[in-house]
Design a protein around this ligand. Sequence first.
Ligand SMILES: [Zn+2]
Length: 446
Amino acid sequence: MHRIAILFLFLGGALAQQPGKPTPTPTPAAKATYIRAGRLFDGSSDSVRQNVVIQVVNERIQSVAAADSFAIPAGAAVIDLSRATVLPGLIDCHTHLGSRADRYDEIYNFKDTPFQSAFAGVVNARKTLEAGFTTVRDVGSLPFLAVDLRNSINEGLIPGPRIVASGPGISITGGHGDLNNFSPQTRVSMFPEERDFQIADGVDQIRHVVRAQVKYGVDVIKILATGGVLSKGDNPGSPQFTPEELKAAADEAHMAGRKIAAHAHGTQGIKNAILAGIDSIEHASLIDDEGIRLAKERGVYLVMDIYNDDYLLGKAIEFGLPKENVEKEKKVGRQQRENFERAVKSGAKMAFGTDAGVYPHGDNAKQFFYMVKFGMTPAQAIHAATSNAADLIGRAQDVGTLQAGKYADLIAVSADPLEDVRALENVGFVMKGGLVYRDSISGKTR
Ligand SMILES: [Zn+2]
């Protein structure tokens, strides 16, 4: 009966055309799907709604309504998640999709070709999406792997999350992004004349490399403001780049309408980056009270990867992680977790980022447990990976919450993640842009 009424309305519309005028070419019918959610955490607050219907039309959410006040049209496609908790698709703000977590032996600097990274990226993108991460920011890969991966996924060539892509993390000569402590005769280079769009010294070179990265399609700039853990010959605590250089990078990125993220472990480098106008501090391992205060004052996000320590001090050693890096991780990892707890207590803005690639892709959700262990409520940890992450990456109009107008990017879990956040390690349903990529828990669909 209902369908006949709708058909009549359409016919009525067509018949109302003035005679003699050509009939307009029909546009493809909008595809509507109705999702019954038993419990809904929509990401806009801490509260959970019971028995909700989410109407999805094509790739976006049309409406979110209480089930008892919403009539699903007869014969419509329904996905029954009435025994599950539905949440926004998760967002990881710090990944390296082209990196593999079994490549710690230095020999791979010389053995692996760029194609190896690209193939790994294809596999890792799928694993990440199937784990419930429907959006990621990729903050450092070969030029310009993340851009190509983003485009291939957007074209529908391969499955994967939405990607906010950076180019290589910009480094000083001899810094975290350089190949250090080999003979000066040793070179591994793709674009020597551009220093691989990565190494820059001085304000002019920095402005050039930011502009060049923008030219090749990056969404975000990544800069390395201190030494690192997984590089040779540099110290995670030491600042890299002068305050003037960091400011030039931030200004240039912002002029191009891009945000800029800074890798920074060391106390002073973190402050230099915040004062330079950088949008997020990655790792923030040795941040002190003043650094936390500055981040809070300026609304700078902290993206602290507090899970991967377990992997680096375990499996990565088996995969040949050199002794120098193991020692650095031992020092930095423990302090980072303590400082995470202090940052949470202070109320600084925090977004979820894991450094996936350092540990296996697809395990991203393992970090939630540590975020709760070190001071967050489960709801806070989920906000960090949904609404807050969307705000940091500048995509809050499209992702991060389940509201009318947003992309239909959503996940479902059978256990209650607000009771035990580890429920997010077993995502049973994944939809991105209205398409289902994983479903092991819905009731009968029709
Ligand atoms: Zn990283």
